[in-house]
Write a protein that binds this ligand. Structure first.
Ligand SMILES: NC(=O)c1ccc[n+]([C@@H]2O[C@H](COP(=O)([O-])OP(=O)(O)OC[C@H]3O[C@@H](n4cnc5c(N)ncnc54)[C@H](OP(=O)(O)O)[C@@H]3O)[C@@H](O)[C@H]2O)c1
Length: 327
């Protein structure tokens, strides 16, 4: 039976590269591109149809940062499909990123240069905003909208006798120190991106605890450092081109510089080929590219625990209740 796959943020970067790879691997797959901008979504669909003219590709309008849009999109998906095998929670933002230039130059000449470049740790801060739902934008987009989407699509994901997989595009920038259970939305700090990605790592674990018995599994990946619109928001593309020789050099020491969306989608694609039941709920699956350009996926244990994951889950359920009442 053709597998049904929904990808959020499918119109560019890693999401679009994943769609291309899925179609090349399995021409029967039914793809649903969930994107906020109709024109960009249609352009992506047309681009995919050029290389896969027979592909089954549908579009659904989804602004994952707007809760009204998430409920509406989920309703549409429920009407259109009777099953969902893979749900890629890939859409993400890092608004108004600022590079700490002092930390950059200090780190460049320290023993931590490779680590700093591969994780962005200590390098990046963001200025967040508040959405019309009254939520912090990064939290709403990277985490909470996806949480609601999973909850709303439960009837398609949890079917007796079948297993399904949700996959979070997290980051190695997800750090425990940037996240607080007392400030889930990261209203206080200036590392909202790191906080939201750490929360997605925790939430994946909680989803596994609550939904494995219903046949739904959750996994987390890091795509490595990839040149996409997101990274071009941090530094202009000409700057990345300028430092590309350094990045190729650093690749000798770390395989996390995947650089192209195709390479970055490696772990997302690899998960498509695994049995969900066999995956490790405590692992983050990393897309890696060797100096010779070979792609592979490697699991790394996440710095997360059950108690934190469960507390986050309970708090998100409370927030879900509040949002449902408000809407
Ligand atoms: N690039 C990296 O080095 C890197 C590293 C670690 C993790 N990641 C993660 O990888 C994921 C994909 O990012 P990317 O690098 O491929 O960047 P990208 O090219 O900017 O892709 C981001 C996608 O998310 C969509 N999106 C953003 N806000 C949305 C919203 N409110 N509703 C629906 N869709 C929304 C974008 O749509 P529009 O075109 O409409 O903006 C776009 O399709 C993100 O979760 C990011 O955090 C990236």
């Amino acid at each position: 039976m053709a597998r049904v796959v929904l990808v959020t943020g499918a119109n560019s970067g890693i999401g679009l590269a994943l769609c291309e790879r899925l179609l090349s691997h399995d021409a029967q797959v039914q793809l649903c591109l969930a994107c906020r901008n109709g024109q960009r979504a249609e352009a992506a669909r047309q681009a995919l149809l050029v290389s896969h003219p027979q592909a089954h590709i549908s579009l659904v309008q989804l602004d994952v940062g707007s809760m009204h849009s998430v409920f509406k999109a989920a309703q549409e998906v429920r009407q259109r499909y009777n099953r969902l095998d893979y749900l890629y929670l890939n859409a993400g933002i890092m608004p108004n990123p600022q590079v700490d230039h002092k930390a950059f130059y200090k780190g460049l000449f320290s023993g931590k240069a490779v680590h700093m470049f591969s994780t962005g740790e200590g390098l990046l801060t963001q200025k967040d905003e508040v959405t019309s739902d009254g939520l912090q934008q990064v939290f709403a987009t990277n985490l909470f909208g996806h949480f609601i989407l999973v909850r709303e699509l439960e009837p398609l994901l949890c079917r007796p006798g079948n297993s399904s997989l949700i996959i979070w595009t997290s980051s190695s920038n997800a750090r425990r120190s940037a996240f607080s259970l007392d400030d889930l939305q990261h209203k206080q700090g200036n590392e909202s991106y790191s906080s939201s990605k750490y929360a997605s790592d925790l939430l994946s674990l909680a989803f596994n605890r609550h939904y494995n018995s219903k046949g739904l599994y959750s996994s987390v990946i890091c795509p490595g450092l990839v040149m996409t619109n997101l990274t071009y928001g941090i530094l202009p593309s000409f700057f990345w081109t300028l430092i590309m020789p350094i990045m190729w050099l650093i690749r000798i020491f770390t395989n996390t510089f995947t650089l192209t969306p195709y390479n970055g989608a490696e772990a997302l694609f690899w998960l498509f080929k695994q049995k969900p039941e066999a995956l490790d709920p405590m692992a983050k699956y990393h897309s890696l590219t060797s100096g010779l350009g070979n792609n592979y996926t490697q699991p790394c244990k996440m710095d997360i625990d059950d108690i934190m994951a469960e507390t986050l889950y309970e708090k998100l359920l409370d927030l879900e209740d509040a949002i449902r009442k408000k809407l």
